[in-house]
Every structure is written in structure tokens, then in C-alpha cells.
Design a protein around this ligand. Sequence first.
Ligand code: TXA
Ligand code: MG
Length: 319
Amino acid sequence: MPTTTIITDDVALAARTVAAGGLVAFPTETVFGLGADATDPAAVARIFVAKGRPQDNPLIVHVANIPAIESVAQRVPETARILLDAFAPGPLTVILERGKRIAPAVSAGLNTVAVRIPGLAVTREFLSLTGRPVAAPSANRSGRPSATTWQAVVEDLDGRIEMVLKGAPSLVGLESTVVDCTGSDPVILRLGGVSLEDLRAVVASTTFGGGQVAASPGTRHPHYRPRAEVVVVDGPGSPPSGTAFLGLSGPEDRTGYARFYRYESVDEYASHLFDAFRRCDAEGLVRIECQAVPAVGIGAALMDRLTRAARKAVGDPSA
Ligand code: TXA
Ligand code: MG
């Protein structure tokens, strides 16, 4: 598998590389994606190898605009249309019936497909230049914190993929909200950049089905973990040595922490979480205390990532 990974700003070159069957990591507003031609089974298979991703965890297909969704799904039901009109382009992924063009491995054998239109204009330019739907999981080694900078992509995937399209750090910093639109009412399978409250303001019958493992296969695997142990706390305490603190508490609470990451808002905390995890690992810290936040708005998605990152690997029934 060793490959030379080219790091570039050239959007057209990145698009040609995907069209030729290559693996190209690219920026999005949520986290960086690891893209391949969603209609090419061999290219899709290579995503799973490069990430070390379990075969039963399906991928999200990325397209440049709403009309392009027609070419990846059998049909676009009314509720999906309403949600897409409200939140696309943006951090929303809809689950639809899979169209025939999409390689079955993208959906890990399910007859549905996850589709998203990313918010960044440069991402949509890249997607439209490829001339095809692009399957892309987050661009990290499986189980690790998602990559929110191009440098984090290189850290995890250098030598395993053809190219990294550089871009600014991801602003949202947490992944998209995954919403199943195949039934009569939308069901959230994964919390993310669009909140439950935002979705309900547009389609009032939206429910949260989190934890429905059969419906969202990816949620059963370990996720978002730095090497350091993650602990969710109410606030700063008396930490053992080699501990970092992440949260909203004031600088007066810094005492005893090897690193103190203080954020001004929940949005900023969410935006920097995965990068902070990686920085703590790079510094060899052993414990990361993450302050809990109210589970409303983006705070609900942040709490979801924190509790998953904090799960013990051994004896974890959901791992
Ligand atoms: O923000 C994002 O969503 C990022 C960027 C790159 O777009 N992508 C991302 O992909 O987070 P990934 O592979 O890390 O997570 C995809 C999630 C998994 O939880 C997977 O189980 C779920 O989407 N998923 C994909 N296809 C599905 C399907 N057909 N049915 C149910 N869940 C699906
Ligand atoms: Mg992921």
C-alpha cells in the first residue's frame, strides 16, 4: 500500500486524481473527508484499507448541489427535500434509498445511501470538477479523533493515500448530523453540526433515534479516541500529573494542569475539540479532562463525542 502522498492547493488536480481512482483527502466545514469515486468499487474498497475501517460501517456520499442528489438516490422524499432546502449546503447528511450508480460497498450492503452537500465553496468546486459522487468518511485512522486540519490528515494517512487537498481548519469541528429520511418522519441517527432544535423548527416531527445501532452501523465501533484517557468532568479539580483540561472554566482554575484549553463558547469548544485531543497526544499527556456542557444545540453533539471518546476500550459492550 505505501504511496507518495502529494499535498496540494490545486483543486483541479485533486478532482482529476479522484476521477482516476485515487484517494484524496479534502477540507469541509465539519471535518476533513477522505474521498474516492463512489461509483468505482475498487476505489471505495481502498478507503476502508487506508483508514483501517470496519467493512460494516457505511460511507457518506458527497455531491456539489441538490440536483446531483437525484443521481445517487432512487428518489428524494418530501421531508428530505424540505430539510435539504433548509440546511444544504451545510452539516446535514440525509439517508435515502440507494441509487444504482453507487457502489454497494459505500453503503456496506445496506439498500440506503447517506448524502451530503458540504458548506465550503471550495469543496463544492472540487466535487463538481470530479464529475461524480464522492464517497468520503472522515479523514482519520479508524477510531482516532477526526481530522480538522490538513496537518492532522497527514499525521494519520501520509503514505496511505494519493493526495491531500489543503484548506483552512474546519470551522464546525464536529461531523454532520445524520438524518434518516426513508420513513414518514425524519430520525436523527448521529448528532452533529445541525441541532435537533434547528431540525424541529423546520420539520416538527423529527425525532432523535441515537443509539439505534442497527440503523446507523458506525455507532457501534469505538470513535474519536486520543491515546490519552478522556474523562468527562463538571469542572476543574486536582488532576494527576500529565493531565489537560478542556472547557469553559476561567483561567483561575488552571492550577495543576499540564495544559489548560479554555474556550469562550460551546461552539468554539466543539470547533477545537479534536485538534486539542491530537495536541495532547503529541505532547504525551496521559489524561484529558473535558468539562461537560448542557446538551442543547451543538452542545448535544459535543457531549455525544465526549462520552464516546471517554468510553473504555476493554469490556465496552458498544465497542
Ligand atoms: O461531517 C461529516 O459527516 C464528515 C465529512 C467528511 O462529510 N464525514 C463523516 O463520515 O463523518 P464518517 O464515515 O466518519 O461517518 C459516517 C456516519 C457513520 O456513523 C455511518 O454509520 C453513517 O454515517 N452512515 C453512512 N451511511 C449510512 C447509511 N446508509 N445508513 C445509516 N447510517 C449511515
Ligand atoms: Mg468518522
